[in-house]
Design a protein around this ligand. Sequence first.
Ligand SMILES: [Zn+2]
Length: 338
Amino acid sequence: MPQAPQEITITTKDTSFTVYSVEEYNQLPDSLKSPFISEQLQKLETDRLRENYRREQEEKEKLTPAGAVVIIVTLAMVFYFFRNLFTSAKYDLKESISENLVDESAGQPLHYPGRDLNLSEDEIKRICSKYNPYFQKLSFDKKIQFIRRLNGFMRSKHFYIYAGKGYKEMPVLISAAAIQITFGLDEYMLPYFSNIIIHPDAYLADNPLRILMGNVQGRSITLSWKHFLEDYQNPTDGKNVGLHEMAHALQVQYLFTKRNRNNEFKEDFAHYDRADDEVLKEKFDAHGLFDKYALKDKNELWATSVELFFERPADLKLDYPELYDSIKLVLNQDPLTL
Ligand SMILES: [Zn+2]
């Protein structure tokens, strides 16, 4: 990069002397100035100004527009993340799981082995009565059976919570979603899945990078607590991420793993598999029950059908009676006669 000269030597016929800055040179009498040096200085000064201008532009480009957008989005994500971390308690859930189980290591999830939770049947009943509309509709005897099953299920899982604090309601209500969907089946433990992972809000997953409210991967069922609760608070809108993920988990447990090679679920599912073609073949649902995502493939259609089966049973039965009957057969229960 050209620099303005620090030192300029002026040579006249019989002597020479040196000035140390452009300003000093400019102050010399014109008779001592050389046209050649003046021209060179002019050029150097122009180059210097040009270089400064180029640098200023570079700095500006770093900030706008792409640079500024990246910075703003990053700040917004950081803010959103921390806001959710600290406001996840706002969902009317005040009770914390036994404090001495809290893992303080930064960035690590809180880990609660289900067998150490030691929640009484009364506590489980109280939580389910308050938050689970399916449980609320059960008869007295069925409620007892539901709680026993839930307790067994919960004790067999490990709960990992990515938040500063865990709530009793988390393991209880997520286990309740599993018990709800399997309530007509003899096998309800989903033994293939050892882990339940809970995030306070939607979370990032990689391969491919995406934002999720729930997913089933490996031996883990993962859920966004915020979306899980919101969906149970609207029990008739046909959307329930908890039931959706449990429906996927059931597929994995009964259909995709080597266990239970031949089972009743598998046989009944073949019946469902024929009924869902009716919906899939059109790739379009004129009744507006299934969205584009549900019609993406057979697995998504199954999970979405289960959501509708529990949350909008009358509509599903009316528009797709065969599909409704086949799910009734697979799950061995009927929400309409609960
Ligand atoms: Zn799905």
